[in-house]
Write a new protein. Structure first.
Length: 304
């Protein structure tokens, strides 16, 4: 039986929220089988738990924000992406603040944290959401689409009117039968433009942003002295975000996600559209590891 996974032991970290600028303490705590991923605001007079599910997303301005019972947790996508990348099904995330820390702007610090805690297999079947028929959403010239696929594949294109975004780094295909999440996706950082910073900060966003946790571009170039981690780091970060946003489906996805100019709002809209079409998907388990798609038989589901 392909089994569910949690952590072997609790582990914690501290950091700064990208948009709030607030110092945040975060603890990742093992959780029972079939409990899913749950955020727990521990800084409130009475702690509030919010399941990490697509229908709990209440704001998608520059990040994904989960809301429930008068509380919220924002910028969950990078941590959720790391959990998806390492196949963690059940976890309690204790957070003493309103926003997940941005760390270095990628998912890699969370990958290190999860690997340090270790992965524990649980005596319950791992559940997947398998796409059975196409589902698409559009917003102007932007679009996103799920189609059936015997694995997990993302085909993304972005379009920014900036000289750094050449044709070679506007499109990427990540197929987890062929590619490693840790090596080829997890290190991609969030990015932004200098001309947008003042407007974002006036709106109460990006208050904790810096060259240490984001790629920043002026009108012609990347300002970070170290340059890019991948030639196509910008579009790979969009893939990283989408992996996190789609993990809010509640289970790993078996299918293909193709998108043009995607963002958190489009990712969430497509997740909700799929869940609103029971005929378009099914929840499946696998009695033997070898029965699962090849994308889920290698690095992604091995205990660290």
């Amino acid at each position: 039986m392909l089994k569910q996974r949690t952590l072997r032991q609790a582990i914690s970290t501290k950091g700064v929220g990208l948009h709030t600028g607030a110092r945040v303490e975060l603890a990742l705590v093992p959780a029972p089988a079939d409990s899913g991923i749950v955020f727990r605001r521990t800084d409130l007079p009475v702690p509030v738990s919010i399941p990490a599910l697509a229908d709990r997303v209440g704001d998608t301005r520059l990040s994904s924000t989960l809301k429930g019972d008068g509380a919220s947790v924002s910028t969950v996508e990078h941590l959720m992406s790391a959990l998806a990348g390492l196949g963690i099904d059940n976890l309690r995330i204790d957070i003493a603040g309103p926003e997940v820390p941005i760390m270095d702007g990628s998912a890699m610090p969370f990958v290190y944290l999860l690997q340090s805690a270790g992965v524990a297999l649980q005596n319950a079947p791992k559940r997947f959401i398998r796409v059975r028929s196409s589902v698409e959403v559009k917003d102007g010239d932007k679009w996103a689409r799920f189609t059936p696929h015997a694995g997990y594949r993302l085909d993304f294109a972005i379009d920014f009117p900036h000289p750094v975004f050449g044709s070679e780094n506007k499109h990427v295909v990540i197929d987890f039968e062929l590619h490693s999440y840790v090596k080829e996706v997890a290190r991609a950082r969030t990015f932004g433009f200098m001309q947008d910073v003042e407007a974002m900060r006036s709106a109460g966003l990006a208050l904790g942003g810096s060259l240490q946790n984001a790629i920043v571009l002026d009108e012609t170039r990347v300002l970070n002295a170290e340059g890019l981690r991948y030639d196509n780091e910008f579009v790979k970060h969009k893939v990283l975000d989408a992996i996190g946003d789609l993990y809010l489906l509640g289970h790993p996805l078996i299918g293909e996600y193709a998108a043009f100019k995607p963002g958190h709002a489009l990712n969430n809209a497509l997740a909700r559209a799929l869940l609103g079409r029971p005929d378009a998907y099914e929840v499946v388990t696998f009695d033997a590891d070898a029965e699962a798609p090849a994308a889920f038989q290698d690095w992604q589901l091995k205990p660290a």
